[in-house]
Ligand binder design. Sequence first.
Ligand code: NCD
Ligand code: ZN
Ligand code: ZN
Length: 427
Amino acid sequence: MGIWIINAKTVIAGNETKDNHLLIEDGKITKMIEGSSAPDTSGHEVVDVQGKLVSAGLIDMHVHLREPGFEHKETIATGTRSAACGGFTTIACMPNTRPVIDTVDTVNYVLDKAQTEGIVRVLPYGCITKNQLGRELTDFDALKQAGIVGFTDDGVGVQSAQMMKDAMAKAASIGMPVIAHCEDNTLVEGRAVSEGAFSRKHGLKGIPNESEAIHVGRDILLAEATGVHYHVCHVSTEQSVRLIRDGKRYGVKVTAEVCPHHLLLSDEDIPDSMDANWKMNPPLRTPRDVEAVLEGLEDGTIDIIVTDHAPHSQEEKNKGMQLAPFGIVGFETAFPLLYTKFVKSGRWTLEFLLAKMTVVPAQVFGLPYGKLEVGAIADLTIIDLDGEQAVDPDKFASKGRNTPFTGWKLQGWPTMTMVNGRIVWSV
Ligand SMILES: NC(=O)N[C@@H](CC(=O)O)C(=O)O
Ligand SMILES: [Zn+2]
Ligand SMILES: [Zn+2]
């Protein structure tokens, strides 16, 4: 017996949708029938989605699940549930756990936990360097064999150019990507916010844009020299966009991601109360940077949208701007934020937004997901494009409540998530 999802809307082009009915059998989409009247569903379970949008399941290639080691912030169980609530069916988790994911054993630990306790697909990254200390490469062959999707020391930048070059050469030789958190430590030490109106107003030493862009520029040259697929994490500056655009023009295999908060917020939005829910890495930059990353996403310089879901406990975030850890949660607000602020406002089409969260990330990382067509794996997200709700962190499935978007009234809330033909979450 399969499941008929009837009375769905699917996106054709731009903002145009069509009425569609989808049959899901054995984990795959086996039929899609257009038209307003429902097909013969006899012999199957029926889910009537009453005109809601059905999309290929959202993919998030940059998330922090915190397990092992930081279970007070998030676990694979709570993190994948939060992902499902946000409409994500595939997520790639960063290795800055405790211990870090730099051995086959830790990769296996995460994969086993994801299998038993996770409700969406979890793809682990492995570290570039042992303990993320930047001193010695991990065993790339063994980690690849264990099933990681790429190498990254996210959380910190690889400070040595030689170390990064060695990593890229090795990754290129085994056909794996290097994913980089771009940050030169000497330019940021101890600072909490970016250089800009907010830091000036409060007499704080700010994090300059070059701290990110210096690594982006360096790494694009190293990617050119080694031929690796180089992916830039959470792009936040105008200078980084410029360098990536140039790298692509010269044929370097460089791809990039941006987070909703860097598309929506600048340092000028940070409240004077110094609420640490506005502290993340990279920091919120100037309005000019926000416009530059938007343009970068729109012209294809930046390939995909990721959340960088980075849960922390309230206790940790209550330490204030200077002492609190960097990071905000992202799963449960990402799609409604972007849909409301960029699609509803008329700047983007729904097709564009969905592509940046489904088919393009799948292409960039060579994953067999992200498509809504007969024969595709049945990872689906059902979204109510009309109902409005305010962001309420107390209702998050995530353990993290650390968001700057509390109270924002948004549309485009997911209502059901299906992974491999199975409904894993619904409202
Ligand atoms: N983005 C953040 O502000 N924090 C991330 C680390 C990271 O993504 O660099 C975290 O692990 O908390
Ligand atoms: Zn990072
Ligand atoms: Zn991150």
